[in-house]
Design a protein around this ligand. Structure first.
Ligand SMILES: [Zn+2]
Length: 102
C-alpha cells in the first residue's frame, strides 16, 4: 500500500512538471517556430529537480503526443513507475506503466 502511494506521488510530480512545460511550449509556439532548441524542465519524479533539457519544439511535441511519455535528464528515470524507451545523449524518453490505473 505504501509503495502504491509513493508511486502515485512520483507520477503526480511528473505530471505537474509536464503541465508547466506544456504551458511554456504553447507560449513559445505563439512566439516562433524558428527557435532551434528550447530549455524544458526535466519531467522526472524528483520534486526538487530543476534540471533543464534542450529540446527542439518539434521533438518536444512528438514526445508529448503520447500522454504517458515524458522526457527526463539521462539517469532520472524511476523504474518503479516507468520504463526508459529511448536514450539520447541529452535526454531520455520514459514511458509510464499506466497512469490511469494508479
Ligand atoms: Zn530530473
Amino acid at each position: 500500500m505504501k509503495d502504491e502511494l509513493l508511486a502515485r506521488r512520483l507520477v503526480e510530480n511528473e505530471v505537474l512538471a509536464r503541465t508547466n512545460n506544456i504551458k511554456a511550449g504553447n507560449a513559445m509556439d505563439a512566439m516562433s517556430t524558428k527557435i532551434k532548441a528550447v530549455f524544458f524542465y526535466c519531467e522526472c519524479s524528483r520534486k526538487a529537480c530543476r534540471e533543464q533539457i534542450p529540446l527542439s519544439v518539434a521533438i518536444y511535441k512528438k514526445i508529448h503526443k503520447d500522454k504517458n511519455r515524458f522526457f527526463v535528464t539521462p539517469g532520472h528515470d524511476t523504474s518503479s513507475v516507468e520504463s526508459v524507451e529511448e536514450r539520447h545523449p541529452s535526454y531520455w524518453i520514459v514511458q509510464k506503466y499506466d497512469i490511469e490505473a494508479a
